[in-house]
Design a protein around this ligand. Structure first.
Ligand SMILES: CC(C)(COP(=O)(O)OP(=O)(O)OC[C@H]1O[C@@H](n2cnc3c(N)ncnc32)[C@H](O)[C@@H]1OP(=O)(O)O)[C@@H](O)C(=O)NCCC(=O)NCCS
Length: 175
């Protein structure tokens, strides 16, 4: 398996990866979101990584910039993440996450947020964000699913507020 940053001309392949991974009906929504996010000027900087097996893209993760209480604190949100059905449960999702976090850490990123299954993301060091007063832009059904990892050497308590995503992610239907 090889992991690298994606290229602009690969957006359609990435769309197909999300469509396949999530299945219908969610796949249509998430795959459209992935492509919109990759072109979202308000979400920059954006880092998108693909996983390849035999030169074929089988996984994708996107990290896009967020503000906290309108401040630019070099923080990101991980969304969406997908591995095509045939290649799931082989460690590709894990490798994409670890590669992305390592890249962001090397680029002095501070916090990374995710809205996802706590059982999965806690494996990588994500923990519930709301107890730290780091709140999502919308009220979410499962507060435990809103998670954060601190990549900086600062105390996490030095960051507090409401997280604001780029326009494409900032739609209530996704939360
Ligand atoms: C979630 C996903 C990205 C994980 O990628 P993957 O390459 O299959 O995952 P990995 O091989 O790294 O890890 C597999 C482990 O994670 C667990 N796991 C996978 N998806 C999980 C989920 N949604 N919730 C909890 N655990 C999950 C599996 O139980 C497996 O553990 P096990 O092998 O000990 O049983 C992939 O399954 C996928 O694309 N799913 C559909 C889309 C999706 O739900 N995306 C997540 C958006 S937050």
């Amino acid at each position: 398996m090889n992991i690298r940053e994606s290229e602009v001309q690969e957006n359609q392949i990435i769309q197909q990866v999300h469509l396949n991974a999530f299945g219908e009906p969610e796949g249509t929504i998430v795959s459209k979101l992935a492509v919109e996010l990759l072109q979202d000027e308000t979400a920059k900087p954006i880092f998108s990584f693909v996983a390849e097996e035999n030169n074929k893209i089988v996984g994708n993760v996107i990290f896009s910039h967020v503000k906290i209480n309108s401040k630019n604190l070099n923080s990101f949100i991980l969304a969406p993440l997908a591995v095509t059905k045939k290649f799931q449960r082989k460690g590709i999702g894990k490798s994409l996450i670890l590669h992305g976090l390592s890249f962001l850490r090397n680029n002095n990123a501070n916090l990374v947020f995710v809205l996802g299954d706590p059982k999965y993301y806690s494996r990588f060091g994500f923990e519930a964000a709301i107890p730290y007063n780091l709140n999502p832009p919308y009220k979410i059904p499962d507060p435990e699913a809103w998670m954060v990892i601190n990549l900086s050497s600062n105390s996490i308590s030095s960051y507090q507020g409401i997280v604001e995503c780029g326009t494409s992610l900032n739609s209530e239907e996704y939360w």
